[in-house]
Design a protein around this ligand. Structure first.
Ligand code: 6PG
Length: 270
């Protein structure tokens, strides 16, 4: 596949051959971003997501290939969202990160800023907001060095769902999300927190994401109805990593407009 590079905005799209090369590319971005942040701020504050797409990335970061490239003592993990379940529940985003990554690296306990999904949602959201304020200090919005996000087929990201009042939150850092299905409540970072990140890294893979990506990169009227389409860092940058299947419905014009870099398997390890 040829490489298509167009510099246009603070958003860059890279299309990788498959989930494996996408995950390696994401791991190299994690490593380089962590090094830059630690060099300048003596810390790397990253908020991660759940779901299936980032699992391979987490496993790679905990593998011999990458784990020695990160100064884990200075890495602080937060979450973009969490399910309201105990932290040993299979649905827990903490459990996903623990099983795939934390159990493989020397990460200080104090560097894990868990959302306490086992607590009453509103209380847990408030406590998580206070934890972010303590960590980031100051009175403004937290400035995560990196936020890793996925996108649902309905255009949700973190636990911000289409049409939800959560999208209107402009004060709190984290809020509870009550879903119809029993036991499926969640806690999510709010849109202002996500859009104050220094860098957003979106991961999208598989044919089931092709339709929603064509809407996110399509006309503005449709994009602004989709939470993932509302993610646009105010001062930071954003990288979308998608595999060929997820990018399958993007037109050449969309790819050029959204500053696309198509990498083949040889170049994606840069
Ligand atoms: C979660 C995530 C959620 C996820 C999307 C995509 O806790 O589930 O935060 O927003 O990123 O649902 O999930 P997949 O990666 O499984 O497609």
């Amino acid at each position: 596949m040829e490489t298509l590079i167009v510099e246009k905005s603070n958003c860059k799209v890279e299309v990788l051959p498959d989930l494996e090369t996408l995950s390696h590319r994401a791991a190299s971005i994690f490593v380089s971003t962590s090094r830059n942040s630690i060099a300048t701020k003596k810390r790397f504050a990253v908020a991660i997501s759940g779901g299936s797409t980032p699992r391979r990335l987490y496993a790679l970061l905990g593998s011999e290939v990458y784990r020695g490239q990160v100064d884990w003592q200075r890495v602080h993990f937060f979450w973009a969202d969490e399910r309201c379940v105990p932290n040993d529940d299979e649905a827990s985003n903490f459990r996903t990160a623990f099983d795939t990554l934390f159990s493989k690296i020397a990460l200080p306990e104090k560097n894990i800023h868990r959302i306490k999904g086992e607590e009453v949602p509103d209380q847990a959201a408030g406590d998580y907001g206070e934890e972010m304020k303590r960590f980031f200090g100051g009175s403004g919005w937290p400035g995560f060095d990196l936020v890793i996000l996925g996108v649902g087929e309905d255009g949700h990201t973190a636990s911000l769902f289409p049409g939800s009042k959560s999208l209107e939150e402009t004060v709190r850092l984290a809020i509870p999300v009550y879903l119809e299905e029993p036991g499926k409540n969640r806690i999510t970072l709010t849109l202002p927190v996500l859009n104050h990140a220094d860098q957003i890294l979106f991961l999208a893979a598989g044919p089931s994401k092709a339709a929603v990506l064509s809407e996110i990169f399509g006309e503005k009227e449709k994009r602004k109805l989709l939470p993932a389409g509302l993610i646009n860092p105010l001062r930071g940058s954003m990288i979308w990593l998608m595999d060929r299947e997820a990018a399958g419905k993007l037109t050449q014009t969309q790819l050029i407009y959204c500053h696309c870099q198509i990498r083949d398997s040889e170049t994606s390890s840069e």
